[in-house]
Design a protein around this ligand. Structure first.
Ligand code: ZN
Length: 284
């Protein structure tokens, strides 16, 4: 199998229904029984951007509008320190949000690189993404790099790792239902800032607020035998890093689960009021 081998898929732009053809590199499905790759497509037919979900039979499983746009100029003159403009330029906005999500939620990351990429790209990414975490959470960021050629030699790809190539194709996503709205918001917040330090600080402050809030919410739950989701929602609305945080509770619980490993009882203490009242009406 040649490295540059591709398969053509035909799809329809979800915004304007223009017919678009896209070449999917076949290596992304190597070693996978039932893989779905997520690809951010910039259509040259209609200039729209969207996400394409394609399976290993090259059937289109879905298309989705990219609901956020981030444009930053890559700053190539500074080749030592990678910045978010470079990352967005390379990986595109959706995969960059996924990289952020993996770093915040402590999922290992594997970058699949081509001959065009720097051999130490993973190290540059690790330096950048480690620096957005508060110091006490920095030690475990795990980013590795593998060439397309070596990736195809692996018996199978790892399911619990975010695998992304440098075209921004998401080869494996270790999470299923999680929303990455928080990460999209973080990236949207840096649009328009040309100064790379301000971009970095904006993201860093956002992540710090998230981790501070996670600790505060964990303290609230620790002090109780159980707590209803409605009370958690009120706490999020009052003090959380997002307003109108209904969907944020599941994000927060997942963060407890991934980050506060010493305290596995936290999630169990949060009870869903709607389900509780449903069960009561069934039982009594
Ligand atoms: Zn279109």
């Amino acid at each position: 199998m040649g490295i540059e081998e591709t398969k053509e898929v035909h799809l329809m732009c979800p915004t304007c229904r223009a017919r678009v053809t896209f070449q999917v590199p076949t290596y992304v499905f190597h070693g996978r029984e039932n893989g779905i790759a997520t690809i951010q497509v910039q259509s040259d037919v209609c200039a729209h951007q969207f996400l394409l979900m394609v399976d290993q039979n090259y059937s289109v499983r879905g298309t989705e509008k990219v609901d956020f746009e981030v444009t930053l100029e890559p700053q190539r003159q500074d080749i030592v320190d990678l910045n978010f403009g470079d990352v967005l330029f390379r990986f595109k906005s959706y995969a960059t949000a996924c990289l952020l999500h993996a770093v915040i939620f402590n999922y290992p990351i594997q970058i699949v690189t081509s001959a065009r990429d720097q051999p130490n790209l993973y190290q540059q990414l690790k330096t950048l993404f480690t620096s957005i975490l508060p110091p006490e959470w920095q030690k475990c960021v795990e980013i590795t790099q593998i060439s397309t050629r070596d990736f195809q030699k692996l018996p199978q790809s790892q399911k619990d790792v975010l695998i992304v190539d440098t075209e921004g194709i998401i080869i494996n996503m270790p999470w299923k239902e999680e929303k990455i709205q928080f990460e999209k918001n973080l990236l949207s917040a840096i649009t328009g800032y040309h100064n790379v330090k301000i971009q970095l600080d904006t993201i860093r402050v956002g992540v710090e607020e998230l981790f501070d809030f996670m600790q505060a919410a964990a303290d609230l739950v620790r002090g109780k035998n159980s707590i209803f989701d409605t009370e958690m929602d009120d706490f999020i609305d009052a003090k959380g890093p997002v307003k109108k945080g209904r969907g944020f509770l599941s994000y927060l619980l997942k963060l407890f689960d991934r980050r506060l490993l010493d305290d596995p009882s936290l999630c169990k203490k949060v009870r869903l009021k709607t389900i509780d009242s449903m069960l009561k009406s069934l039982w009594f």
